[in-house]
Write a protein that binds this ligand. Structure first.
Ligand code: 4AD
Ligand code: MG
Length: 464
């Protein structure tokens, strides 16, 4: 049988059975007894499997030339391992070399510890390392768990467009998409670029969020979510920002702020449980190498209610905590990452749901509270990373919405389809966006979102 290494360690094959494994050499060493020990990995689990090649194999000379990352197909009988820490190994009756490493001295991924910065510069080879392999499996596990959570709870997955003419967040951080000839741009009589001659007949961008489209489906399907790539041309070179990142955006009709605060808590706990159950091997590695609390902090979070805190109370805590912040705190300021991290790491020691922010620092679509100063917004702040979720109850009252548009200098015309949702059978509704890379970073303890996405897009870097 051809076996993924994970299936062998999971006990799907019995000792004495013949199996074939296909993969890459992680390390190889010779013993004096005339044997070669090959650690083979195929990406299916953290541990490589040991393949023992006896010098009686007719291509033993070749086998002794195997170096890290040569690809091989090994067939042999499954045995109880004599070695420490290994449960099973394969005594090979055949080792076929599929691909050589042309010059081992020039192979950039020698089996030693490389810095994460170095690995980023070799993004096409880094999936072969322990750390990126583990991140990749955990990321996959989390996305499967997210889909399962929503499926089990009756949500419909809606794929919202990537090309769009609307700026959901109104922050002006959009990448423009155009087929116009840049050397010969058509202009209007006023001297501006004439986008009516462009592919879509108007100025078009990569989406920053699927939310507005999501609202149109929530106000018909009741409970929906999106899961897709989003793009932001914000020039922030930080460990938590990417120009291309993945976002999960549930949107729920007949729901208010506290309903989606609860939803965020339920979703996070569900996926934390899934990852601890399904990727125990990789999480053990993160606990040993990246953050020693990687496992224990998730276990603790699963067992307790998330703390809910009002923005106004948070400001008071930050002002009275005696800590000196780079950005001073007063009511009305946007929380920066140092504030978010202080609250989550030092004040509470677990994720916090922060609610009811000043309206002036939040987007146009958020529902105004009765105090007329704050909006029904919620962010989830996590230790080590800060904001991982941003969401809100949406303004469903047409008159209030129109006043907000006017206040912010936005035109009703641009939002005519969005206003229609408020004109025809409007309903209280709410939703949030979970930044997927920030979630993976929090779960694994990885410090930089560039190391939890396959090919990070950041200012100055769209390589590979
Ligand atoms: O807080 P944001 O901007 O909220 C929205 O886009 C809403 N439309 C979501 C909604 O209500 N449906 O972004 C949501 C989350 C943030 O909390 C953060 O985790 C992540 O997306 N995020 C980023 N992740 C990586 N790189 C960036 N540049 C990010 N910008 C936001
Ligand atoms: Mg936000």
């Amino acid at each position: 049988a051809q076996a993924p290494v994970a299936d062998i360690f999971a006990g799907k094959y019995s000792v004495g059975q013949q199996v074939t494994v296909k993969g890459w050499v992680r390390t190889r060493r010779d013993s004096k007894a005339g044997l070669s020990f090959i650690a083979l990995h195929d990406g299916s689990c953290f541990d490589p499997i040991q393949v023992i090649a006896l010098n009686t194999l007719n291509n033993y000379v070749d086998i002794q030339r195997l170096t890290t990352s040569c690809s091989i197909i090994a067939t042999g009988v499954l045995k109880e391992s004599q070695g420490q820490g290994q449960s099973l190994e394969i005594e090979a009756s055949d080792v076929e070399v599929v691909g050589w490493v042309e010059n081992p001295d020039t192979y950039p991924m020698a089996p030693k510890r490389h810095s994460l910065e170095y690995l980023r510069e070799h993004a096409h080879l880094r999936p072969r390392t322990n750390v990126i392999g583990a991140v990749t499996r955990v990321r996959n596990c989390l996305s499967q768990a997210i889909h399962r959570f929503f499926h089990e709870n009756g949500y419909c997955w809606v794929s919202t467009p990537i090309l769009t003419a609307s700026d959901t967040e109104g922050a002006g951080e959009m990448f423009r998409v155009s087929t116009l000839d840049m050397m010969n741009l058509p202009t209007t009589e006023q001297g501006q670029i004439d986008y009516s001659q462009d592919f879509f007949g108007k100025e078009t961008f990569l989406t920053v969020s699927g939310q507005l489209n999501g609202e149109t489906y929530a106000t018909a399907m009741s409970k929906i979510y999106t899961f897709g790539p989003t793009f932001r041309a914000e020039n922030s070179n930080t460990s938590r920002h990417l120009a291309e990142f993945w976002m999960i955006e549930p949107e729920v009709a007949f729901a208010d702020l506290s309903d989606i605060a609860q939803l965020s808590e339920d979703l996070l706990k569900y996926v934390f449980k899934a990852v601890l159950a399904e990727r125990a091997d990789d999480m053990e590695f993160f606990a040993q190498r990246i953050n020693k609390e990687a496992i224990t902090r998730l276990e603790k979070v699963i067992d307790q209610d998330f703390v809910r805190m009002d923005y106004t109370d948070a400001i008071e805590i930050l002002q009275n905590c005696g800590k000196k912040f780079e950005f001073p705190v007063s009511w009305g300021v946007d929380l920066s990452s140092e504030h978010e991290r202080y609250l989550a790491e030092e004040h509470v020691g677990a994720p916090i749901i922060m609610q009811n922010y000043p309206k002036d620092i939040k987007a146009f679509y958020m529902r105004i509270n009765d105090d007329n100063k704050t909006v029904a917004a919620m962010d989830v702040l996590a230790p080590g990373i800060g904001e991982i979720i941003g969401g809100s109850q949406r303004e469903e009252r047409l008159d209030v919405f129109d006043r907000r548009l006017e206040e912010m200098g936005l035109s009703q015309e641009d939002y005519s389809w969005y206003r229609d949702l408020r004109r025809f059978g409007t309903v209280p509704h709410a939703g949030f966006g979970l930044g997927f890379e920030r979630l993976v970073a929090y779960v694994t303890g990885m410090q930089n979102v560039r190391d939890v996405i396959a090919f990070p897009r950041t200012p100055g870097n769209a390589n590979y």
